[in-house]
Design a protein around this ligand. Structure first.
Ligand code: AMP
Length: 631
């Protein structure tokens, strides 16, 4: 058996001793007394009895050996800023932010919501929360007021940290009006709003509630705030993600398990070493940003690049210029970004010295073969490593662990089950395991979920159990809601979601959420949203709607007007990421006789595929209409 196969086998069969060994890569104030408590499945408690701190592991513990080494490299091609913070400087900034939070009365267990663009202060804010045991909830800056309001409502933060504006492609995107509206929509009101003023956009302050970060920072320039040791199982953060129902779920992460999982992933999966530079192009609003812009690289003693801007501005070589300048050894991006670069001059890929780069990791959505080949060849044979995971898991489920044992990649496959993950493919009807090769099943994980995975859904244990652990018949298994097959060599191929979740440019969106938003337009009676294959973004959302007053749809211009209005509603409520590419109008939607929307049939028609078995369909003309409006 190869060394990876052994490594994986030990992680499952000899779980506690395997993870006890991995736990030595992080600092503990009190050593764990028990490695895994799975006495109350599916709730797993990792490193029970141990106390630790994420910020200590990411920052303080490196001060002795690498205090003057780069920790955070902030680059904005939007505001032309570039600044490197050493570990010492990062330590000072985080303490200033922590002191400000303490002034607002934030204590261990309080929630702090972070609604910030990709600026250095976002990392200070996250680390400052971890430092004092507060639970952060970062909301992606591209989300608008309604999305933000549901998260404020659910997380009930004592403090919100935000900024006047972000910037995208040189266009200022004001955050403050969206935040003000979100707070007014939410029944929960934060005690304080800390505003990072980038002087990009004027904004109104609410007296007694809104405070200026620069002023507060000045006051605490030299304040020391020690790390608060917390139990390993203490929640470090919540991060909201979409599912089948309209209401996003707060994925709750622990502290000790997450620290150990990330610490072990840096050498074993990403082949990163202390002193090297990690460049993850995601956003801090997503799980990849949490794990591999902020916590993972820093826990691993690496420098991390936090980049605000587009991959093609000032030109399509910007990312590679950063790889050369900062000698990036590990890069992490998403297939959509590579497909965007594919449209640029290929000479930009060879313009810079990329000899420091060991591998490019891609995740978040299926990696198509032409894109993988194009980037691999363009980068002169740099390994391209697909990795498959979810907000819930916090780190990869499937990939090639080249840090454990070098293994070939296969196009179209993210690789094999990562150590710690007891992955099972099962029949969705019977729950039976599909152990043979090349059988399509639901990708599930046998409990306990490994360290770093979600503990529960914030404030809703029942939802955690019912959503993830009760969907496979006759078995208690964690469902990823992805279809997959495994080949003879143990390589998995992901075939798409089993639920109504779509993936637009690596962003996970619930079709129900978009439908609810569209339905709030006064002239929409009913709507169906489906994900449709797209060359650039992987998938896009398409909406088919029934108007309440059909006379408003007299001609093409009227339909376009209503389509524009509906898109605006989605932009304002959820954000432009959720905007459907088209909203087309019909007089009926295809449903089963029992009234269930036939989303899959609609999707098939949009993708010019056979819609399959339609015997349960109520009104065949409804599907014909979909075909007709598509033209
Ligand atoms: P998120 O929680 O937003 O990261 O979305 C997770 C979902 O994205 C997974 O359940 C998959 O459907 C999809 N996904 C993530 N990574 C990959 C990958 N490497 N290949 C195929 N699908 C992926």
């Amino acid at each position: 058996m190869g060394s990876f196969a052994n490594f994986h086998k030990r992680s499952i069969e000899d779980r506690d001793s395997f993870w006890a060994e991995q736990a030595k890569t992080v600092d503990w104030e009190i050593q764990p007394q028990q490695i895994c408590d799975y006495s109350n499945p599916p709730f797993a408690k990792w490193f029970v009895g141990g106390t630790t701190n994420l910020c200590h592991n990411a920052v303080d513990r490196h001060l002795k050996d690498r205090g003057d080494q780069a920790a955070l490299i902030f680059v904005s091609t939007e505001t032309e800023q570039e600044k490197t913070y050493t570990y010492k400087e990062l330590h000072a900034e985080v303490q200033r932010m922590a002191a400000i939070l303490k002034d607002f009365g934030v204590v261990k267990g309080d929630r702090v919501l972070i609604y910030l663009p990709m600026i250095a202060e976002a990392s200070f804010a996250m680390l400052a929360c971890a430092r004092i045991g507060a639970i952060h909830s970062v909301v992606f800056g591209g989300f608008a007021s309604h999305s933000l309001a549901t998260r404020i409502e659910d997380a009930s933060p004592k403090v919100i940290i935000s900024a006047d504006a972000g910037s995208r492609g040189g266009k200022v995107v004001a955050y403050k009006p969206l935040l003000d509206e979100a707070i007014s929509l939410s029944s929960h009101k934060p005690k304080a709003v800390l505003m990072v003023d980038r002087h990009l956009s004027e904004f109104a302050k609410v007296a007694g509630r809104d405070f200026d970060y620069a002023q507060a920072r000045e006051k605490h320039f030299n304040t020391q705030v020690p790390c608060e040791w917390v139990e390993s199982t203490h929640p470090s953060y919540t991060l909201y993600t979409s599912g089948t129902t309209g209401k996003p779920k707060g994925v709750q992460r622990d502290t000790g398990g997450y620290a150990v999982a990330l610490a072990s992933s840096i050498p074993n999966i990403f082949q990163g070493k202390p002193g090297e530079t990690f460049f993850c192009t995601s956003d801090i609003g997503w799980v990849v940003g949490h794990s591999y812009i902020i916590y993972g690289p820093l826990i691993g003693g690496m420098a991390t690049i936090l980049y605000e801007g587009l991959p093609i501005r000032p030109d399509g070589g910007i990312w590679w210029s950063l790889v050369e300048k900062y000698k990036v050894s590990v890069m992490f991006s998403a297939p959509t970004a590579i497909r965007v670069l594919k449209k640029q001059d290929p000479a930009l890929l060879t313009k810079y010295n990329l000899s420091s780069l060991k591998a490019l990791f891609l995740a978040g959505e299926p990696l198509d073969e032409p894109t993988a080949k194009w980037i691999s060849e363009g980068l002169g044979g740099t390994p391209i490593i697909d990795n498959y995971w979810q907000t819930e898991t916090g780190w990869p489920i499937l990939t090639i662990c080249n840090g454990v044992e070098k293994a070939p990649s296969k196009f179209g496959s993210p690789g094999k089950a990562v150590y710690g993950y007891d992955v099972k493919l099962v029949d969705d009807q019977t729950g039976e395991e599909l152990a043979g090769a090349n059988q399509k099943g639901v990708l599930t994980i046998e409990g306990p979920l490994p360290p770093g995975n979600l503990q529960t859904v914030w404030g809703d244990d029942a939802r955690f159990v019912n959503t993830y652990w009760k969907t496979v018949p006759n078995r208690m298994l964690y469902s990823t809601f992805d279809w997959a097959v495994r080949d003879e060599d143990g390589y998995f191929f992901i075939l798409g979601r089993t639920d109504d979740v779509i993936n637009v440019a690596g962003h996970r969106l619930g079709t129900r959420e978009i439908e609810e938003s569209i339905s709030s337009h006064p002239n929409i009676a009913e709507v169906a949203v489906v994900g449709v294959a797209d060359q650039l973004k992987g998938q896009v959302a398409m909406a088919f709607a029934i108007a309440k007053d059909a006379s408003a749809l007299g001609d093409a211009a009227a339909r376009l007007k209503l389509e524009g209005e509906v898109m605006k509603v989605v932009d304002n409520q959820l954000g432009a990421v959720a905007r459907p590419s088209r909203v087309l109008f019909v007089s009926a939607l295809p449903k089963t006789r029992s009234g269930k929307l036939l989303r899959r049939a609609i999707q098939a028609i949009c993708e010019k595929r056979d819609p399959g078995d339609l015997t349960t369909m109520d009104d065949p003309l409804a599907l014909k209409q979909i075909q007709d409006v598509l033209g």
